[in-house]
Design a protein around this ligand. Sequence first.
Ligand code: 5GP
Length: 202
Amino acid sequence: MKREGLILILSAPSGAGKTSLCQKLFTTFPDMKESVSYTTRTPRPGEVEGEAYHFVSEVEFDCMISEDAFAEWAVVHGNKYGTALSTLEAARRKGVDLVLDIDCQGALKLKEQFEGGVYVFVVPPSMAELRRRLEHRSADAPDVIEKRIVRAADEIKESRWYDYIIINDQFEVASRELASIVVAHRLKTFRMLERVGKLFDI
Ligand code: 5GP
């Protein structure tokens, strides 16, 4: 029996530092893969089809919904985003450890429908610090920042049903905490039995 791949679900309000934590995770564990979602939003400059996302039309997305092709999907900031069931099943079967960067509505649907994922929520150290980070990155207009802050307060309430919560105050600490979660789940007995079997011929 092949070792079952780990499905790590990461959610966070915008500005909590999830993207940087994810990047660090892939440096620490180069064999982990990022799940490529489907979305109806248009590509941003530099985004390549099949890398950040599979960019599809509304019709194509709706067709996938009707074919039950999604393990979860949600509307985020007016666009549809979804994780294909086939992506999760293939990774699990091949023993690949997969990271899903998805919003909390999608994560909740997945938790209800798909067994065995590990759910991690990243929060900023405070609302004041979240505001400071959003203003500092100056990618968004002030009204957009206000909307993100209101949305963040709602999203943080959802953290209660996740398996783990990381407070991203100091990046290095948060990053180590995320890596520890991965290590612990990689060492679960049911994932280790195949290796132990080969090592000791049992
Ligand atoms: P962006 O358009 O900035 O790349 O992503 C916007 C939001 O969509 C992020 O919060 C991200 O976590 C979420 N997202 C990306 N892919 C998926 C997905 O497949 N399913 C769900 N539910 N959310 C997603």
